[in-house]
Design a protein around this ligand. Structure first.
Ligand SMILES: Cc1cc2nc3c(=O)[nH]c(=O)nc-3n(C[C@H](O)[C@H](O)[C@H](O)COP(=O)(O)OP(=O)(O)OC[C@H]3O[C@@H](n4cnc5c(N)ncnc54)[C@H](O)[C@@H]3O)c2cc1C
Length: 230
């Protein structure tokens, strides 16, 4: 929808990958709609995934015993987080929608993207107990996880060997996004792109572009355990 702001957090090393193509399709389609689209291309940025002392500029709140959660919370309040975190937080703050584009790694997101979650979604900025879940500090924002798998749709079906793909989404959609107050749109999953024909891959890209055309009309999922586990 024209005027909306979208942040795409993208984690793939290779621009020619299917993830690269899915990211390009999203940038093109959303820009065509008049959205302003920002991409955090984590590998290209050499984004630091490790949560360390370096994330706090200047003196520590408690130099005797380092506690990452407390120190980043205090540093956020003082405006003393490292520049890369401040930059990402600005992008999140401005975004109406965050799209996370990645290949599934070990039933989760790649470490570089998990590092983005660990470091950017600091207490005080994204949540601040009891301001969590429906009262999380990022409420009024939307998130969408768009990812590719090695395993087939059948493997990720309810009775499949890998189990229902929704089980894997509980920690990332519920544990991270919903915890921060973000409303979650249904995931977009391209199953096993390496093992299908070129034509099928092209269809996957067309389907993504088609979905994006009406994305702003979608209702968020019902963020309850039933959605994931029933
Ligand atoms: C560390 C690690 C852990 C993993 N863990 C899991 C796991 O737990 N579960 C699981 O299911 N999988 C797992 N995988 C597999 C991984 O999820 C898949 O390899 C990945 O999702 C495939 O996506 P890709 O973008 O990398 O594919 P690519 O190999 O880059 O793309 C597939 C093909 O699409 C082609 N392509 C690109 N753009 C286009 C276009 N515009 N039109 C047509 N074709 C195009 C590419 O050239 C390529 O031939 C893991 C992989 C690794 C490395």
């Amino acid at each position: 929808m024209a005027g909306r702001k979208v942040l795409i957090v993208y984690a793939h090393q290779e621009p020619k990958s299917l993830n690269g193509s899915l990211k390009r399709v999203a940038v093109e389609e959303l820009s065509k709609q008049g959205c302003s689209v920002t991409v955090s291309d984590l590998y290209a940025m050499q984004f630091e995934p490790r949560a360390t002392r370096n994330d706090i500029v200047g003196c520590l709140h408690n130099p005797e015993e380092f506690n990452y959660g407390v120190e980043t919370w205090e540093a956020y309040k003082r405006g003393d987080l490292s520049n890369d975190l401040i930059e990402e937080q600005k992008k999140v703050q401005e975004a109406d929608l965050m799209i996370f584009q990645f290949p599934l790694y070990w039933f989760s997101m790649p470490a570089i993207m998990k590092g983005w979650m660990d470091r950017v979604l600091v207490q005080g900025f994204a949540h601040d107990f009891p301001k969590c879940y429906d009262s999380g500090l990022l409420k009024n924002k939307l998130a969408l996880f768009s990812f590719t798998t090695g395993g087939s749709r059948e493997m990720y079906a309810k009775g499949g060997i890998s189990g229902d793909i929704r089980y894997l989404l509980w920690p990332i959609q519920h544990g991270i996004m919903h915890f921060c107050g973000v409303k979650v749109l249904a995931p977009h999953i391209c199953f096993a792109p390496e093992y299908v024909s070129e034509e099928k891959r092209k269809e996957m890209l067309i389907a993504w572009a088609q979905r994006l055309k009406t994305l702003w009309k979608e209702e968020p999922i019902n963020c309850s355990p039933e959605w994931y586990f029933k």
